[in-house]
Unconditional design. Structure first.
Length: 88
């Protein structure tokens, strides 16, 4: 709904403050996504280094049952260690 100009500019200043608050909220969300993305990238780098150090090429653990860091037969739990999985 378009803002109407009141004598004191109330609607315009209210809309400005609302937009400013939305921008701050979006910036906080963006920073959180960046932090989570960096954490994922670091985990991927660590896994890549681990698989390289172990002499495995290709997908980790596909050809080596039980080599995923968990005992054989242990199922993966939902959410795991990924920080972004909690919100979804």
């Amino acid at each position: 709904m378009p803002a109407t100009a009141a004598p004191g500019g109330g609607d315009v200043s209210e809309r400005y403050e609302q937009l400013r608050q939305e921008m701050e909220d979006n910036l906080r969300k963006l920073r959180r996504v960046i932090r989570e993305s960096q954490a994922i990238a670091e985990e991927m780098e660590r896994l890549l280094q681990t698989t390289t150090a172990d002499g495995r090429a290709g997908a980790a653990g596909e050809s080596h049952p039980g080599s995923n860091g968990r005992p054989r037969g242990e199922k993966r739990r939902a959410g795991g260690r990924w920080p972004w999985a909690k919100d979804r």
